[in-house]
Write a protein that binds this ligand. Structure first.
Ligand code: SAM
Length: 473
């Protein structure tokens, strides 16, 4: 909010120096015409808080206050709205700063329209369209100086952070948000300012009440990052909506990645009413819950007891607890237990069976759990389950890489019998992909784990399993 208005200096003197001939002709009809040249200091200071704030580690909002000078136009009330509309790109655009203020000469018939000094340094700065509009509304061609007090509240977060952090070092530019929690991956040089950064992010982002820094420590099994609160409340239980479904979970102890929402939706759209979904690495339910809402029967599993707890919670929250059976098992035990038990009946039915395996760092290695899962006498060609298995790849040809590794784990060549979907680039030279295929009957019913020859080279390099710096998990 504009705090104080100081003096208005009127520059009402004959125009001598308009640069553009076009503008000159547009404006020459007027008797009084002035040019407005901002002193360089005015221009450079406008969006930069005072030097004293440099190096501040504890936020002192008052230190950011400064008075700046901006150009202004005195406009009759009758045409005010039209003028503001015509000058949309020339008016000052600051959070909490009005574009129109009282006329300091005290006339209630006029208002001052504040202009952006980066755009308007003289009358000749107006575009032809703007100048034409001013002329048609008979606005007197005179630019005034207006002294405006800018405070911390009028600054954007990157302006505050650029002013505080050491010059030349990058400020944290972006963050991800999960409900009320903003999470950062701060660099070492930013750590001394972590409390201040957190407070600024809370102040400048409505709805953010907790800011955390994800440390480089990832829980290797359950895939959640260790994090510390930089500012705000310590409440880590987030409530979010993804594709119309509400989830709640403790962000500090389970896996969640908002960047997977499109992928969750893509897979769930393949599921029809009456189908069965086995979600081997279910997390807090972003495949399982919407699939159940679509009318599928779901068996969802996660090894992390906290994920399992929130998975159950989310089933209740979305009223699908009767459609979802939850398990707290290792993925292999889930495949060789509940999946193995349910499949024989499902194979005889018409409804499809989907098996989702989203643990990209390791899921391909779990595919061997399907080898000989069912006895030979149940062998059939119909209605074999479809697997959607996720993987990271750092190879030049990631599609070929994941197909090779899936084939190797299954002990069966999948080439030409699967599709690969690119999910997202998670780090430089590191992609996340989803390989989808029908489990070959030779795999599911072989009864012999060692006999089948994949007839393909094993992957040249094993994926490095842990990437502490990988924010994707
Ligand atoms: C990448 S997350 C995916 C979660 C969820 N499907 C999603 O898309 O957001 C992988 C999940 O697998 C779980 N997990 C890790 N190792 C596991 C294992 N051996 N067996 C079962 N679940 C496991 C983790 O706890 C985590 O919730």
């Amino acid at each position: 909010m504009l705090r104080s208005l100081s003096r208005v200096f009127s520059y009402v003197q004959a125009e001598r120096n308009l640069k553009s001939a076009v503008l000159r002709s547009l404006w020459s009809a007027a008797s009084v015409c002035s040019d407005f040249y901002l002193k360089p200091t005015m221009e450079t200071k406008l969006y930069k808080p005072p030097q004293e704030v440099r190096g501040m580690t504890s936020l002192n909002k008052e230190a950011f206050t400064q008075t700046i000078t901006v150009p202004a136009l005195r406009v009759p009330n009758g045409v005010l709205n039209k003028v503001v509309k015509s000058l949309k790109k020339a008016t000052i655009q600051r959070p909490g700063v009005p574009r129109v203020v009282q006329d300091e000469e005290g006339s209630s018939d006029f208002r001052l329209v504040l202009l952006d000094p980066h755009r308007i340094s003289s009358l000749s700065s107006f575009s032809e369209g703007e100048a034409e509009a001013l002329r048609s509304f008979s606005v007197v061609q005179e630019l005034r100086h207006y002294e405006l007090q800018l405070t911390y509240h009028n600054l954007k977060s990157d302006e505050v952070l650029e002013a505080v952090l050491p010059p030349g070092q990058d400020v944290p530019s972006g963050f991800s948000r999960v409900g009320h929690i903003a999470h950062f991956n701060l660099r070492d040089h930013q750590l001394p300012y972590k409390n201040l950064i957190g407070q600024v992010i809370i102040d400048k982002n409505p709805g953010v009440t907790c800011v955390v820094n994800k440390t480089n420590m990832i829980d290797t099994t359950y895939r959640y990052f260790k994090m510390e609160v930089m500012a705000g409340e310590e409440n880590m239980v987030a409530k979010i909506k993804e594709n119309g479904v509400t989830y709640e979970f403790d962000f500090s102890s389970v896996y969640w990645n908002s960047r997977l929402s499109t992928e969750h939706q893509r897979v769930v759209q393949l599921v029809k009413r009456g189908d069965t979904v086995f979600d081997v690495f279910a997390g807090v339910g972003p495949f399982a819950v919407p699939a159940a809402r679509s009318g599928a029967n779901v068996l969802a599993n996660d090894l992390n007891p906290e994920s399992h707890k929130w998975l159950q919670h989310n089933c209740k929250l979305n009223k699908v607890e009767k459609k979802v059976r939850t398990f707290n098992l290792d993925g292999r035990a889930f495949i060789q237990g509940p999946v193995k038990q349910e499949l024989p009946v499902l194979l005889k039915g018409k409804a499809k069976v989907h098996i989702v395996m989203n643990l990209p760092a390791l899921a391909l290695d779990f595919l061997d759990a399907f080898r000989g899962l069912l006895p030979q006498e149940l062998s059939c060609d119909e209605n074999l389950p479809t697997v959607h298995c996720y993987s990271f790849s750092k190879e030049d040809d990631p599609d070929t890489d994941v197909v090779k590794r899936a084939s190797c784990s299954l002990g069966f060549p999948l080439k030409d019998k699967c599709s690969v979907h690119f999910v997202r680039n998670v780090a430089p030279n590191k992609d996340m992909l989803c390989v989808s295929f029908t489990i070959p009957k030779e795999v599911l019913f072989s009864g012999d784990l060692g006999k089948t020859d994949p007839s393909e080279e094993p992957a040249p390099k094993r994926q490095k399993r842990e990437e502490a710096t990988d924010s994707s998990r």
